[in-house]
Design a protein around this ligand. Structure first.
Ligand code: ATP
Ligand code: MG
Length: 341
């Protein structure tokens, strides 16, 4: 049935900036998935190097994610800062890890109240723009500020092109009023960011292994964490199986503790969440790991399956079938596997 829109009365129902932007904060990222979403953008911008740095200054702490990707000029930064800068229906190139035109904003706001993007594109001067949630709350306008944190000690002057994303006023990570000398708060900050480093090593391990990308953590290069322990001689792998729609499966059974090359290797193989939790499917969209250790509702996690890890590769053309959500993770757990061909 076609509706004749021209014959109908209309009324504007523009989202209220102050409350809408606060709602973006509740999408359900944690700091690990939020940082990974920013790195996705660096990869889509063809970066070869990404530098993630934490700066401890009590409640003035900030986190920076810098890349040497294509960069943006001033107008492109403004477009990138706009919620919904791309339609989810748009066809994307195979290497583009984006989908919704939201990740930069939603991932950042989940952790901080000020998101600054400083960027430099070949042939242009560097430019910067900031979303400041306090300013949006005050004005109730979708308005960016040309502001940069005055204490920032990084820039894009040392790269030909690239982008520096700065998260400041990290209210979800460091409580307001926390002093720089608060040792407990500093340790908590450091520990939560240590998980970020491990998450990056896992999520982007394929990029790091093939050396198409280097990621530095506070100046140190991150080593990849491969869930399938392919360098262990006792790891058993099954042949790759193709199932409908270009999806590929490959199963691995990791060695028993006593058959690992060393105790250290066994401990590293355990992963962020520990042995029993890391069993299950590892779902990749392109080379990017979306979901690590989940049976997608097919089985329960059991102690005797703890050595089983199965690689699942899905192309980004199947996003809607896999119910890829804004964080690119949650929806997949409710997916029913198609039958084998
Ligand atoms: N580091 C970057 N370098 C160059 N361009 C960037 C960078 N980060 C963001 N952009 C531009 O900003 C746009 C918006 O980014 P955002 O993360 O909000 O959405 P997306 O990546 O398109 O989709 P998704 O919501 O799935 O992440 C990107 O499509 C890209 O054009
Ligand atoms: Mg993105």
């Amino acid at each position: 049935m076609r509706i004749d829109y021209d014959s109908l009365r209309t009324a504007n129902a523009i989202p209220c900036a102050a409350s809408m932007i606060e709602t973006f904060r509740a999408i359900g990222y944690n700091i690990e998935t939020a940082v990974a979403d920013i790195i996705d953008n660096s990869i889509s911008a063809n970066a070869k190097n990404v530098w993630v740095t934490r700066h401890w200054h009590g409640d003035k702490s900030f986190i920076t994610i810098k890349d040497d990707g294509c960069g943006m000029n001033s107008q492109e930064i403004i477009d990138a800062m706009r919620p919904g800068s791309h339609s989810p229906l748009e066809e994307r190139s195979k290497t583009d890890l984006g989908r919704f035109g939201l990740g930069l904003k939603t991932a950042s706001f989940s952790q901080c109240r000020k998101l600054t993007v400083l960027s430099k594109k070949s042939g242009y001067h560097s430019a910067y723009w900031t979303w400041d949630l306090d300013y949006v709350a005050q004005t109730n306008e979708w308005t960016l500020l040309q502001w940069i944190p005055e204490y920032l000690d990084e820039s894009v002057d040392d790269i030909e092109h690239g982008t520096l994303v700065i998260w400041s006023d990290l209210d979800k990570v460091v409580r307001k009023g926390t002093s720089e000398n608060d040792i407990n708060a500093k340790e908590k900050f450091s520990n939560s960011l240590d998980r970020v480093r491990q998450h990056i090593a896992m999520t982007f391990h394929r990029f790091l292994e093939e050396k198409s990308l280097k990621i530095f953590w506070c100046g140190h290069e991150i080593n990849p964490w491969n869930p399938f322990c392919i360098s262990e001689s006792k790891t058993q792998s099954r042949p790759t199986e193709g199932i409908v729609g270009g999806i590929k499966l490959k199963g691995y059974v990791l060695p028993h503790k006593s058959a690992f090359s060393s105790e250290k290797a066994y401990n590293v193989a355990e992963g962020i969440n520990g042995w029993p939790a890391q069993q299950g499917f590892y779902v990749y969209r392109g080379k990017r790991l979306l979901l690590a250790g989940d049976w997608l509702g097919l089985f329960r996690k059991e102690e005797h399956y703890k050595l089983v890890r199965i690689q699942v590769d899905i192309p980004n053309t199947l996003d809607s079938e896999w119910q890829i959500d804004i964080k690119k993770i949650k929806g997949v757990s409710s997916y029913t596997m198609p039958e084998s061909t």
